[in-house]
Write a protein of this length. Structure first.
Lengths: 232, 438
């Protein structure tokens, strides 16, 4: 498992679309997070007063207020929660505005649950684990500060993309990750590559091979025609 | 040709023809009148001579000597059969003083007196009248020329004043830009009805265009945004379903198809939104982009793919140009072009990238025939929907258009060549050498 302690990380999901809210909660709960949800601005403020969260998933457009104003309030109160802003407006300007107001990350709808999980992990790592920067999963050990990976104590030389990919897998351990999710994670803004699963195959194949060379053979498994599952 | 030049030209041609025709005509007419006058005077002289001869008063001593000391010359003749009626003609006589040819009008006649016959020649110098005619014609010509010039200038001045509102409207129309989002504000108080109506119509028309343009933009934006939330609900449900341990392969495949369709829908709407935003010049922020770094960054992503497909990449950097444009658009531009070169390549094909000081040339092997001319148009490659959404190259073209670049395609077997021509920023003009954020 991730983290310093065995305590599950607490996440607040502020999202007015009930169905989306529910499936985010379902996915994150089974991924080892402890989630609570708010449908609107007021409810979110109320919950934030009562509880300290590790991270917040914040929809910008809420029925009774702008998600960005909630973000401002959080920052004025010097709250330590990491915030991922989620918006249906995937504009560059919105992203920049969100990040300027102090959001830690930005996701435009529609997003993959695996991506959300990976980003939440990344934020919480940044916020909480200063000094403690090792990530262990089975035979694999990742030194987050030095961006180094060891398998059974032996260093694995990964490219930046392969390293990203490994962290993505680690954040979604034992979950089925679709090829699309991987493709979009790999390519980030370059959406012309999103349909190119060969790109995913190529990167995953290289990563698999490098891990296998150090004796970690079966950690990345193909699942039907859907994608992969990282097992450890 | 300018409106003024055109109307003036007609006048000038008319005036020139008139001058060319009328001045000789005028000369001939005046000349004819003078000759008539001279002939009448000569006849009158002859009558005087005849009278003097018949009354034996004529002094032959002064008039019969050759050399024309006087203007009358009479000499006796023997043969009456030479008698002819009066004859007029013009002859030129050399003036012994200044050797000039002097025109004379001459009357030649035969008269009878007391059974004797005389030939009479009477002449009158035309030199004064010639001079007079010339001065007259010159004066008339100059008057006419002045008249014409004045007329043309007046009409030019008046036309210019008359058309001034029109030129003003034209200038405003030239400066009209849709993406500035405001209609023309042309004066509607013109005194001339046509111009007033023209301005009113244009004001109305541009207002309408701006509104329509705005609506189209809003529609695309709303459409793109509103679609994302329902899509993300579908997406999240699929992600959860994929985790279901009772999921079988058949269901997984179906889910996969739904999944792909959702992503495609989302992407098409985002691409369209991007296109619309580029067209509406909503990417105003500029930075100095180093192309070589940008290309390197994009190549890093696709290197494993190039390897997996057995493609040979030849990347040559001949210069390190810096281009001023929106960083995001630069990224989209480069990655679209590279993606195009990889995606439409063949197994074990080649990609050649040459970066020069003002040209980026990307060549790739592919199908052995040139692409159609409309390759930069939207939704061209409908036959291969899995290969991108058919908007990539039209986005490339739009970006070029708004960033002052040009993209050319040609086929030189076996290469499909895409040439991007850009205007590099000179070293001394560079602002912060900003790299595109990853």
């Amino acid at each position: 498992m991730y983290g310093l302690t065995a305590k599950a990380m607490k996440i607040l999901i502020v999202e007015d679309e009930k169905a989306l809210q529910q499936s985010i909660m379902q996915y994150l709960n089974t991924a080892g997070f402890q989630c609570e949800s708010a449908d609107n601005f007021r409810q979110a403020l109320h919950l934030l007063d009562e509880t300290d969260y590790d991270a917040i998933v914040l929809d910008i457009m809420l029925p009774d207020g702008d998600g960005l104003s909630l973000l401002k309030i959080l920052k004025e109160d010097k709250k330590q929660e990491g915030v991922i802003v989620v918006s249906a407006r995937g504009d560059v300007d919105d992203r920049i505005l969100g990040l300027k107001l102090g959001a830690d990350d930005y996701l435009s709808k529609p997003f993959h649950m695996a991506e959300l999980a990976a980003r939440l992990h990344a934020i919480i790592r940044r916020k909480q684990f200063q000094g403690m920067n090792e990530l262990k999963a089975g035979e694999i050990c990742v030194n987050l500060e030095g961006r180094e990976v060891y398998v059974n104590g032996l260093p694995v030389n990964l490219t930046r993309k392969e390293y990203d990919l490994l962290l993505f897998f680690l954040a979604n351990k034992n979950r089925v990750i679709s090829r699309q999710a991987l493709a979009e994670h790999l390519c980030q803004d370059h959406q012309e590559w999103f349909d190119d699963f060969d790109l995913v195959y190529a990167h995953v194949k290289n990563l698999k091979k490098k891990l296998a060379d150090r004796g970690c053979t079966d950690c990345i498994k193909s699942v039907y025609g859907i994608g992969y599952r990282f097992i450890c | 040709m300018h409106l003024l030049t055109r109307s003036t030209r007609t006048y000038v041609i008319y005036a020139s023809i008139m001058m060319l025709v009328a001045i000789p005509l005028c000369y001939l007419l005046i000349h004819y009148l003078f000759i008539q006058d001279a002939d009448e005077w000569l006849l009158h002289e002859k009558d005087m001579v005849v009278q003097q001869v018949q009354q034996h008063q004529f002094d032959f001593s002064v008039s019969h000597a050759p050399g024309w000391q006087t203007n009358v010359m009479i000499k006796p003749i023997q043969h009456p059969h030479e008698i002819r009626s009066d004859q007029f003609y013009t002859e030129y006589v050399r003036n012994p003083l200044n050797h000039e040819q002097v025109p004379y009008r001459v009357l030649s006649s035969v008269i009878a007196s007391n059974g004797n016959y005389y030939q009479v020649l009477i002449r009158i110098s035309l030199i004064d009248s010639e001079d007079l005619i010339q001065s007259l014609v010159l004066t008339i010509g100059m008057l006419w020329a002045l008249l014409f010039i004045g007329w043309i200038m007046l009409s030019r001045i008046q036309s210019r004043r008359l058309w001034r509102p029109f030129y003003h409207t034209l200038e405003q129309l030239k400066q009209f830009q849709l993406n500035q989002h405001h209609a023309l504000q042309l004066p509607e108080q013109e005194t001339i009805q046509e111009f007033r109506e023209l301005n009113q119509t244009l004001n109305h028309l541009t207002a309408h265009i701006v509104t329509t343009y705005q609506h189209e933009k809003e529609f695309t934006e709303n459409m793109a945004h509103e679609m994302q939330t329902p899509l993300s609900i579908i997406q999240s449900q699929i992600d959860c379903l994929l985790q279901d341990k009772y999921l079988n392969a058949a269901h997984a495949e179906q889910l996969q198809h739904i999944h792909q369709a959702v992503r495609r829908l989302s992407r098409i709407s985002k691409s369209l939104l991007l296109l619309t935003r580029i067209e509406h010049h909503q990417f105003e922020e500029i930075a100095d982009i180093e192309f070589s770094g940008l290309i390197q960054k994009n190549l890093l992503l696709i290197e494993p793919l190039i390897e997996a497909r057995g493609l040979q990449l030849h990347y040559q950097v001949y210069a390190c140009p810096v281009v001023r444009m929106h960083p995001f658009l630069a990224d989209v531009l480069i990655s679209n072009l590279l993606s195009n070169a990889v995606r439409h390549n063949i197994e074990s094909g080649d990609i050649k990238i040459d970066l020069m000081s003002d040209i980026l040339c990307i060549r790739n092997t592919g199908i052995a025939q040139p692409l159609e001319d409309d390759l930069f148009n939207r939704y061209r490659t409908r036959s291969h929907p899995e290969q991108g959404n058919g908007l990539g190259l039209s986005i490339v073209r739009e970006i070029c258009r708004t960033s002052g670049m040009h993209i050319h395609y040609h086929y030189a077997a076996p290469w499909h060549v895409f040439e991007l021509h850009f205007q590099p920023v000179r070293i001394e003009d560079r602002i912060t050498s900003q790299m595109v954020q990853e």
